[in-house]
Design a protein around this ligand. Structure first.
Ligand code: HEM
Length: 412
């Protein structure tokens, strides 16, 4: 019989402290069959060992078109009809990017942009990231208080990724509501249905941006992608839109949570904040610990079994839906010593916050750099940094994918 646990991955309340529940699932039923929103049955993978295996295993695939039956595809179509594109494209309006693909498409799509995200090239953005951080903090310094989410953690990565793509800065405000809608509805067909209008607007806006850019190509990522699309068979127009969408959304909806969850972790562990102030050389390992301790994503993105696979004594059947709980794997005592303690000096920290295998986060070097600059500068410039409300009053955003705060009011 399937065991039941009080898990609602989508609920904001659950996110404040999901770890005791995950600990029970890991020990009682680590590969756990459950009901996800939209009456979808699927497997939750909660231990580090299996999470890492599934992330690396090519038998777990990402392109729904390779696994779903015609009936399942049709059902999905009804849930996600986001454009007036031909029917079979509708459900995939945003997912025909590298994160929703398997080789060889995945290899082709990733190779188009992978050279732009190497640690060496990303390092060249350090000065610019520092300048934006300084500007954002200048705007609040005199007030003695700020909302870390809205004043720093959200605008910084958004400004950086729009600049990298070559999107006019005045347009970036528009993305917030659209991108939030897509993220908060992720994995939840009913929520997605309600926000359908915004999703269509977002897609149409991206199409408009790309057409504007076509008139005057420049030295930015969007121009690089357009050149590839115009070059012939490397990238279709639909893939181009889905790629810009992925880079834009992945480029800021995650890092916002690294910065704000990291700042929250320090404020709720003052001795760790003090240690980091005294030893700024620990900043790199502190960022890794924030990624592990209360990381930006609660789950990896969805996968399906391409064939029957046995995992921890359970038979996962071909076409079964699988969700890897990164937040649980990153608190597995079999992989981490005292996993529920925040320890910025942790020397072995092979967390899965950026995934593993072929879909390992393309933007990891950028996210790490933004995290280091934002948290480092915050500590330097705000010596009295502390929460302005009780931690219990903080509100988490809905949706199964992300683990992020709506706002984080502080004084300094
Ligand atoms: C702290 C911030 C970030 C975290 C925690 C994060 C996490 C992840 C994870 C877990 C995956 C793999 C998902 C899976 O396998 O299901 C992923 C993939 C990806 N991320 Fe990030 N990400 C972050 C920032 C960024 C940034 C700044 C970018 C910039 C563009 C980015 C772009 C991507 C892309 C393009 C993929 C797909 C890679 C592929 O399919 O080959 N991410 N990210």
């Amino acid at each position: 019989m399937t065991q039941q646990f009080a898990i609602n991955l989508h609920s904001p309340d659950f996110k404040a402290d999901p770890y005791p529940v995950f600990a029970r699932v890991r020990s009682d039923d680590p590969v756990h069959l459950t009901e996800f929103p939209g009456n979808r049955q699927g497997w939750m993978i909660t231990r580090y060992e299996e999470a890492e295996k599934v992330l690396r295993d090519p038998r777990f695939i990402k392109d729904q078109r390779h696994v779903l039956t015609p009936e399942q595809l049709q059902q999905l179509q009804q849930h996600y009809p986001v454009s007036d594109a031909p029917k079979q494209e509708q459900a995939f309006a945003f997912s025909n990017n590298m994160l929703g693909s398997d080789p060889p498409d995945h290899t082709r799509l990733r190779s188009l942009v992978s050279l732009s995200f190497t640690p060496r090239l990303i390092e060249q953005w350090r000065e610019r990231i520092q300048a934006i951080t300084n500007e954002l903090l200048d705007a609040v310094q005199e007030k003695g208080k700020m909302d870390i989410v809205n004043d720093l953690a959200f605008p910084l990565p958004l400004m950086v990724i729009t600049e990298m793509l070559g999107i006019p800065p005045e347009d970036s405000g528009k993305f917030r509501a659209w991108s939030n809608s897509v993220i908060e509805a992720s994995g939840n067909p009913e929520a997605f249905q309600k926000r359908r209008g915004e999703v269509i607007e977002f897609r149409e806006y991206l199409r408009f941006l790309i057409n504007e850019k076509r008139k005057q190509l420049a030295d930015d990522l969007m121009s690089l992608l357009i050149r590839n699309e115009e070059d012939g068979d490397k990238l279709s127009e639909g893939e181009l839109i889905a790629m810009v969408f992925l880079l834009l959304v992945a480029g800021h909806e995650t890092t916002v949570n690294l910065i704000s969850n990291g700042a929250l972790a320090l404020m709720t562990h003052p001795e760790q904040m003090q240690a980091l102030r005294e030893h700024p050389e620990l900043l790199k390992s502190a960022i890794e610990e924030f990624l592990r301790f209360h990381g930006p994503l609660m789950t990896a993105t969805q996968r399906w079994a391409a064939e029957d696979v046995e995992l921890a004594g359970k038979l996962i059947r071909k076409n079964d839906y699988v969700v890897i709980i990164l937040a649980s794997a990153n608190h597995d005592p079999a992989a981490f010593h005292n996993p529920d303690d925040l320890d910025i000096t942790r020397s072995s920290n092979p967390h899965l916050a950026f995934g593993k295998g072929i879909h390992y986060c393309l933007g990891a070097p950028l996210a790490r750099l933004e995290g280091q600059v934002a948290i480092g500068t915050l500590l330097q410039r705000m010596p009295q940094l502390q929460l302005a409300v009780d931690a219990k009053e903080l509100v988490w955003r809905p949706g199964a994918l992300i683990m992020g705060l709506r706002s984080l009011p502080v004084t300094f």
